[in-house]
Design a binder for this molecule. Sequence first.
Ligand code: PLP
Length: 352
Amino acid sequence: MYPRIITHLAKLEHNLDQVLRLCQRNGIDSSFLVVKVLAGQPKIVEKLAMHDIAYLADSRLENLEKYQHIAKKKAYLRLPMSSEIDRVVNIADLSLNSEITTIRKLNDAALKLHKRHDIILMFDLGDLREGIYYQDSYLPMVGEILTLSSISLKGIGVNLTCYGGLIPTPSILNRLIEIKQTIESHFSLHLDLISGGNSSSFYLFDNPGLPKEINSLRYGEIVFMGRETAYGRFLPGLYRDVFTFEAQLIECKVKPSFPDGEIGMNSFGEKVLIEDKGLMNRGILAIGKQDVQLENLFPRDPNVTILGGSSDHLIVDLGKLNYQVGDILSFDVNYPGLLHLMNSGYVKKIIQ
Ligand SMILES: Cc1ncc(COP(=O)(O)O)c(C=O)c1O
């Protein structure tokens, strides 16, 4: 059945082992494996959970809910909505937080449910997504958190290179270290987790090294794609082809490459630039923008070029090759492409 996305499980587990080894050598003793890209596939997550990770982490409760039978702590990555507080406490052992009103509600829910809930307090070091802005006051808020009987402040964290593209340089991460030191000395306590970011923090490992106070990272892309995300460099010894996307040709015809008549908008309201290359060996595959942004697919056959498409169709230049209707084309995918394909109900998920 097609279209389908194949997970090569042995390659994925190899990448995870390599990344865990790197973490070990660089003072990261608490790994949060971010599995959101799998869109809730318990069979794969069960295997990954057998490796030496501290938490399974996801930004959707619906996904974490599918992993409840797995004996590994669960971390909820997106700041909780007020409308899902009870579910967060029930499903996740830990959540990332930046709002005292939400933390109070988590405390109330945890009390009611006779549970404790751990939090990482997020600081925004300049990337401008979630977190208390690092220049703002935070001690009164920490003080209140420490009075909440069913909340444990496990640590502090930062997320970088997500919205603003901020690189986790040592000087940026130092802002988090200063906050750690201020909180610890002001309240005479020890914060267990100093969570220094995601796959974009790995570039620091070799040179000059992560600040030694950082003992935890939350990462996904580096394991699934084999590359760090500060500069997009692939890591030696990691597989880049953990996933294969396959789609089936539903039309193969020689046609002109330029539309024949007055040109307006396409089905997505865009005016597209099309080059006239004369007659072309064209194919249509049964996959479309409804399932994936087409620029996130990369044909494995170097003779094949993506031309464009619509909601349900992907149009390719097949080059001089003699493909036929029913043939399958294979593609590499990048991380956003994988995220969309895994979340499409029309794409079969295969484990090999
Ligand atoms: C809060 C948070 N931490 C960590 C991650 C993991 O990011 P990456 O896949 O780049 O390692 C994400 C995104 O998935 C996130 O939203």
